[in-house]
Design a protein around this ligand. Structure first.
Ligand code: ATP
Ligand code: MG
Length: 582
């Protein structure tokens, strides 16, 4: 039962909840030696094991510091730091004091930071040397920004004198705050008070600012930890996402609600499959969450061979998870073979929600499916009239939202709304249908099979309408991925006079297949082979009528590595119009 594992039940909406007080302090008190964070530096030579008691103490001190710097409850603080323990100390302190935490990725450039400072009206910015420099270069265009704090990474020897006068040095300022100081949670903080803002990945347009309350992420993610990640105090959990992405908050809140240890590798280098396998070998990580792109690389032949060696074998891994993008069946199959039976539990969620659908221990994994709704999450699939679809019929993935009178018992693992840049108003995106039902429509399409498993079709805008058929890009991409010459593909709609749209696949080939493509006839031959392959392995009407071989760099991706299919679709439309004009 969920409520017996975690300090506060995620099944009932509490009138007051504070993650620092009710979760971090709880575990600190229960077992002062329990580790909350197991941190390793870039080279893996230096490590720190930090307890819940450490984060309880540090967050009281930092909350006191934030107050002394004039940062108030309800004001926003953007934090851009690499994976250093100070991030979790600061983040816990923000939650303790009701300061709205806005984590962003270190990959942002100055203009991205300006966009986020302006939309969020942030009063404070915390960063390392690099992100503070970017922030200062745009600060004059963000008049609401009052405080900039720099966290000096321990391995960085920049002398304090080289710092800008407008900047407070974190460690120097913190040194004057007593070790045993207490900073009480403000009495005006309720469970619906704002806690966090996140920017979405920007896959379909400019990133949207998502507002979460004190419970919508910090407490509701207990469900994520229990049902999907299967965490408990004996588990050590590693998630590869950087803290700027909502998925890192999924990990933080789910692991700490469950009293588990969060493993963090301060990796500042581009992803390397070998390094990932080394970390799994060197450290007692029991639970891994990685995006599908990472698993796709880990199962490549050269990594499989390394995996089979003594140094390549994970030390303690028992549970693997993936989310964020569709996970291809073939990857799950190969990973299971490599690991002697470890499944990858695919799950679905958004920056706007907790994990709402997942492969879970209670049901066998169906490779290629994103599993079943998390217990107590009112997740369903509806048609355009807000009616629940029949099994096998595609519709909108939706979360039912109770009417105001039912607020007390309703599911709360969902955002408060998007913050509108111009007006500052919050748009909850909840739609009331004629049948009286109220749903948050996720913008994603799926179908449900007779066993209740959800099958992702695609984002609403990505579904292809060809001669009356609706075709989801994911199934076509997954089919192509099974072909030995294909590393990756992006499938989009291409305008067509007869069929309205046809399926077009941009395909990235393996090095050896690319080397064989030296003339038109070899290219045409492989196009036909891939088309036949798709007709054999999926419903024939879904095969890509157009195939273009491209370099991996050609595929437009978000900073977090998701394919921006909308851009490829626009490219196809432009080519079509140019062709008509010619
Ligand atoms: P934006 O909203 O800015 O366009 P985004 O939707 O990619 O970007 P995120 O909130 O990071 O931003 O991603 C959530 C989306 O990722 C989901 O709406 C869905 O389209 C996709 N997604 C998440 N998990 C899965 C999954 N298991 N299978 C398929 N798609 C998934
Ligand atoms: Mg989205």
């Amino acid at each position: 039962m969920a409520s017996s594992i975690v300090p506060v039940s995620p099944l009932h909406r509490p009138s007051s909840f504070n993650f620092a007080r009710d979760v971090v302090d709880h575990w600190a008190h229960k077992d002062p030696s329990q580790n909350a964070l197991y941190w390793a530096d870039q080279s893996l030579s230096s490590t720190k094991q930090l307890t819940y008691a450490h984060f309880a103490r540090q967050s009281h001190r930092i909350a006191t510091l934030l107050a002394s710097l004039g940062i108030k409850q309800g004001e926003t603080c953007i934090v851009i730091l690499p994976r250093v323990p100070e991030w979790w100390e600061l983040a816990t302190a923000c939650l303790r004091s009701g300061v709205v935490l806005c984590p962003c990725t270190t990959l942002l450039v100055a203009k991205d930071i300006e966009y986020r400072l302006q939309i969020s009206h942030a009063a404070a910015f915390v960063g390392d040397e690099a992100s503070v420099a970017k922030c200062l270069s745009v600060a004059s265009k963000c008049p609401q920004l009052r405080t900039v704090i720099q966290v000096q990474a321990s391995n960085n020897n920049v002398s304090p004198s080289s710092r800008d006068q407008r900047v407070t040095d974190f460690h120097t300022a913190l040194a004057s705050i007593p070790e045993d100081v207490k900073c009480p949670v403000p009495s005006t903080l309720t469970s619906t008070s704002p806690a966090l803002t996140f920017f979405t990945s920007g896959t379909t347009g400019p990133p949207k600012m998502v507002l979460h309350s004190q419970i919508s992420y910090p407490l509701a993610h207990a469900l994520t930890g229990i049902h999907w990640l299967q965490l408990s105090p004996s588990k050590t959990y590693w998630n590869l996402s950087e803290q700027g992405w909502a998925k890192a908050a999924w990990s933080w809140f789910s692991s700490w609600n469950c009293g588990a240890t969060l493993f963090v590798h301060e990796d500042r280098l581009p992803f390397s499959p070998r390094r990932t396998l080394k970390v799994l070998h060197d450290f007692p990580i029991t639970t891994l969450c990685a995006p599908p792109t990472v698993y796709r690389q880990l199962v490549l032949d050269e990594n499989r061979e390394f995996f089979a060696t003594e140094q390549g074998r994970p030390r303690a891994l028992t549970h693997c998870c993936g989310a964020g993008e569709p996970l291809n069946e073939s990857v799950i199959r190969v990973w299971k073979e490599m690991t002697n039976g470890i499944e990858i539990y695919d799950a679905y969620g958004q920056t706007e929600t907790i994990v709402v659908c997942a492969n879970q221990a209670t049901n066998p994994v169906k490779p290629g499916s994103m599993g079943k709704p998390i217990p107590d999450v009112p997740l369903t699939i509806v048609d355009s009239g807000g009616n629940v679809t029949k099994d096998g019929k595609e519709g909108d993935i939706a979360i039912e939202v109770a009417g105001k009178d039912k607020q007390e018992s309703s599911f709360f693992g969902i955002f408060e709304g998007y913050i509108d840049k111009a007006t500052g108003k919050i748009d909850s995106k909840v739609k009331t249908f004629q049948n009286g039902k109220r749903y948050y429509i996720t913008g994603d399409r799926a179908s449900r099979d007779k066993d209740g498993y959800f099958w992702f079709v695609g984002r609403n805008d990505d579904v292809i309408n060809s001669a009356g058929y609706r075709i989801g890009p994911f199934e076509v991409e997954s089919t192509l991925k099974q072909h030995p010459s294909v590393i990756e593909s992006a499938v989009v709609a291409s305008p067509d006079d007869q069929r309205d749209e046809v399926v077009k696949a941009f395909v990235v080939l393996t090095d050896s297949a690319s080397a064989r493509m030296n003339d038109d006839s070899s290219r045409d031959k492989l196009v036909r082979e891939l088309q036949e392959f798709c007709k054999e392995h999926a419903a024939p009407y879904k095969y890509p009528r157009k195939i273009e071989f491209v370099d991996a760099k050609f595929l437009p991706k978000t900073i977090s590595g998701k394919i921006r299919r909308g851009e490829l679709k626009a490219l196809e439309r432009k080519r079509y119009q140019d062709g008509k004009g010619a």
